[in-house]
Design a protein around this ligand. Structure first.
Ligand SMILES: Nc1ncnc2c1ncn2[C@@H]1O[C@H](COP(=O)(O)OP(=O)(O)O)[C@@H](O)[C@H]1O
Ligand SMILES: [Mg+2]
Length: 363
């Protein structure tokens, strides 16, 4: 394949090529995703028809062609056919032959919603990394005496007479020790280590393992778990323990947020290209280079501002630690992926985990 085409198809940004008469010549999978329509259905249409809800987009293409100069806009509210709002930045550049003849216009659309979220999540990851450096040594230092406290308390408890009120105090100590221990384990797990072994992973195996665990737990009685898997997903390279922890954290949160009898849905898919099927089923489907796992529940959701939820130690639960999301995000990022908090249609929480299909970048 020619490298220019490869680049065109690989960009996550939406790229639209219009001819001199402002008719659409080509659209890349990123563009199909933003519009939610296939390139085939759009070919030959004018910008007014390509972007029906956004007349400023058509103006931009025409101005670029008329004035033969590049124009840049940011902060455009763009509504896709499903009514979902994107914050977009757009640039229109004239396309010229080597002798300067204008032959068309290239429109580049960038979804800033995701960029903003990614930017935020990297800032959070920085915080966690600082925390990690501080705590890697500290965690071990705390774990050792903790083991001593636990052992001694167990001995004390075993020594007590039946019915002694102190038994209850011992149980409190043991429970709280467990909690600190879990917290430390979590911190340790989130720190990228050199020896993490990347292996070939079938994401459905990981999900099934976690789901089975959840289904067997007493806390989930009455809840329904639904698996919606794309069986054609290829394997990925990743850290099995890390990813298991990610989905365990997400599902635990969903269980804790679910109303009585609620449904928790785990879905896998290839996000870009797949829903529109522009370039033929298979080729289009895996072109995006990432797979997406969606965990969705019917709880109250994250509310309107999702920013703070993945901050380390942010919790709204009385017994919460506030590390589940922060650690999950860190692990996903160690894989070269992204974790995005979102809302489902019914208002419940919807968490998207994007993982690269190519070799993970985990260190
Ligand atoms: N599925 C969900 N539905 C609603 N709120 C959630 C969900 N998952 C996480 N949250 C919110 O994000 C916060 C942080 O979650 P997390 O990092 O896992 O820590 P913790 O579960 O210990 O509170 C939770 O306290 C809760 O307010
Ligand atoms: Mg949690």
């Amino acid at each position: 394949m020619d490298t220019a085409l490869l680049l065109f198809d690989s960009l996550v940004e939406g790229l639209f090529l219009f001819d001199r008469e402002a008719r659409l010549l080509r659209i890349n999978p990123g563009g199909e995703r933003i519009l939610g329509r296939s390139g085939r259905a759009l070919a030959g249409l004018g910008p007014g028809e390509v972007f029906p809800g956004n007349p400023e987009m058509a103006d931009l293409v025409r101005a670029c062609l008329d004035e033969n100069r590049a124009l840049v806009y940011s902060g455009i509210d763009f509504r896709d056919p499903d009514g979902k709002l994107f914050a977009l930045s757009v640039s229109a550049s004239p396309v010229q032959e080597s002798d300067g003849t204008l032959v068309g216009a290239a429109l580049l659309m960038r979804d800033e919603t995701l960029l903003k979220e990614i930017d935020r999540s990297f800032r959070r990851a920085d915080q966690l990394a600082t925390l990690g450096v501080l705590n890697l040594g500290m965690a071990h230092e705390i774990k050792n005496p903790l083991g001593g406290i636990k052992g001694a308390t167990q001995l004390l408890r075993a020594d007590l007479e039946e019915g002694s009120p102190v038994v209850e105090y011992c149980d409190v100590i043991l429970r709280e020790v467990e909690r600190i221990d879990g917290l430390l384990e979590g911190l340790l797990a989130a720190i990228p280590r050199e020896e993490v072994r990347l292996e070939e992973i079938n994401i459905h195996e990981v999900l099934n393992e976690v789901l089975t665990l959840m289904e067997l737990s007493e806390e989930t009685s009455g809840l329904t778990f639904t698996r919606l898997y794309d069986p054609s997903l290829p394997t990925i390279r990743g850290d099995r323990n890390g990813l298991t922890q990610v989905f365990l954290n997400l599902l635990k949160n969903s269980v804790e947020a679910s109303p009585e009898g609620g449904r928790i849905t785990v879905r896998t898919l290839v996000p870009v290209g797949a829903p529109v099927g522009g370039g033929g089923a298979q080729g289009g489907a895996h072109r995006s280079g990432v797979l997406e796992v969606i965990v969705q529940d019917e709880g109250p959701g994250f509310g309107s501002d999702v920013r703070e939820f993945a901050m380390p130690f942010y919790t709204t639960k009385s017994k919460g630690v506030g590390l589940g999301l922060a650690i999950s995000e860190q692990i996903v990022q160690n894989h070269g992926g992204t974790l995005v908090l979102d809302h489902g249609e019914g208002g419940g929480a919807l968490v998207r985990v994007y993982l690269p299909l190519k070799a993970g970048q985990g260190e």
